[in-house]
Design a binder for this molecule. Structure first.
Ligand code: ADP
Length: 407
């Protein structure tokens, strides 16, 4: 392996059941060298999208039957003599894998070993859709890249600092001890990244900061980060809890589940599909899960789109209030992800009437907020700051991978 201390290149992999996203990052230069994805793995019409930084993207339509074939295509493009960005696989120092569920076993990122993979297998029943797909990505890399150091970075790990009172459900305690039913939380790498950036912007020691991070994207969650540690978050046992999302319902009375099943004579997968795929903004508005479409419909007088936007912003506001209460105050509220970073309308509706929290929100700045930049949206004297901070989960994965692989 040609891994110079001054030129550490990390390959980041995010494997889904039929997709594989990748990004080659240079740690020292703090930049993306190339990125892209394989789509429709194992299905008809699979394709590799490959985008070297600073050049146009390529699309290669080629049958990929499994993740190993997909990884071969990815590496083939990266080292290709004409379109590639590195001379050989040896230039990649380590691989960082995005892994969804670390249960209570992983409180931080971990080196991938046989033992670690066996523990991951044990956690499969907690994330039956995601963990097996993540593991396919890990195995494919091992097969093709040999003994390269690999690190797993978990979506749940950052929230393992939640106290018991925040993660227990009030159902019989045995559900927790015997079936591991508790709140885990997700989007941890994003909440970690933006809360660390907020600490830097506040220019205070992390121990003395209280931050509420709002990751609002296709999936949405909010976290309360006290002294640099997650103390509560809105997603729970699965990503279905908390805020309403594109097509997920978020918090509902659990009695609705059994009522729906009885009324419609539905089985578990039917009720799951209803709550995960047909609900949220999509189901409420009848328009779309995408907030851009919802605002267009709202501006055209579509009452259901208005109601969907109001429900969403109200829930965000409610959790911000709850988390300020939990931490006995808040120094900064952070907006991130697709909606948080781009949707000034959502930010405006959420931040309206928040003077009680010491927020002096600048509506004009909010409307003019430039894309892709860290911006403060409150006036200079505002006791509580509001920031837009573009998330960078890949940065956390690359950094943890380099640290744990001791590069
Ligand atoms: P994912 O969870 O898939 O990473 P993102 O964080 O990229 O999702 O967020 C995607 C969502 O962000 C879209 O569904 C859309 O609702 C919203 N979004 C993206 N761009 C804008 C925009 N310019 N204005 C309003 N909403 C946007």
């Amino acid at each position: 392996r040609i891994c110079k201390e001054t030129d550490v290149k990390i390959l980041i992999i995010n494997a889904g059941s039929s997709s594989l996203k990748y990004q080659l990052t240079s740690i020292d230069e703090n930049k993306i060298i190339a990125k892209g994805l394989c789509e429709r793995i194992g299905l008809a019409g699979s394709a590799l999208i490959y985008k070297p930084t600073g050049r146009d993207a390529y699309e290669f339509k080629k049958q990929m039957n499994d993740h190993t074939e997909a990884m071969k295509m990815v590496l083939g493009a990266l080292i290709d003599p004409t379109i590639g960005v590195i001379s050989g696989m040896e230039e990649i120092c380590a691989v960082g894998h995005r892994l969804v569920h670390g249960g209570e076993k992983f409180t931080g990122s971990a080196l991938i070993t046989d033992e670690m993979l066996a523990t991951m297998e044990e956690l499969t029943e907690l994330a039956p859709l995601h963990n097996p797909a993540n593991l396919m990505g890990v195995r494919a890399c091992r097969e093709i890249m040999g003994d390269i150091p690999m690190v797993g970075v978990f979506d749940t790990a950052f929230h393992q600092t939640m106290p018991k009172k925040a993660y227990l459900y009030a159902i019989p305690y045995e559900a927790y001890t015997q079936m591991r039913i508790r709140r885990y939380g997700f989007h941890g790498t994003s909440h970690l990244y933006v809360s660390e950036r907020a600490v830097a912007l506040l220019n205070k020691p992390a121990e003395n900061t209280k931050i509420i991070t709002c990751h609002l994207g296709n999936g949405s969650s909010i976290a309360a980060v006290n002294g640099g540690k997650s103390v509560d978050t809105t997603m729970g046992f699965t990503p279905l809890e908390g805020l309403p999302m594109g097509s997920r319902c978020g918090d509902i009375d659990p009695a609705i589940v059994t009522y729906l099943m009885d009324k419609n004579n539905w089985n578990t997968s039917e009720v799951c599909a209803y709550l995960n795929k047909q609900s949220g903004m999509c189901g409420l508005s009848g328009v779309s899960p995408d907030f851009r479409d919802l605002w267009v419909a709202h501006n055209n007088g579509n009452e259901r789109a208005t109601a969907a936007l109001e429900v969403f912003c109200y829930k965000v506001k409610r959790y911000i209030g709850a988390y300020a209460a939990v931490m006995n105050g808040v120094d900064a509220i952070v907006f991130t992800a697709g909606i948080g970073e781009n949707d000034s309308g959502v930010r405006e509706w959420v931040m309206k009437d928040m003077e009680y929290l010491g927020v002096d929100f600048n509506l004009d700045l909010n409307r003019k907020c430039p894309r892709g930049k860290e911006v403060e949206l409150t006036n200079p004297n505002s006791r509580t700051k509001v920031f837009v901070i573009p998330t960078d989960e890949e940065m956390v994965i690359a950094r943890d991978t380099a640290r744990i692989a001791k590069l």
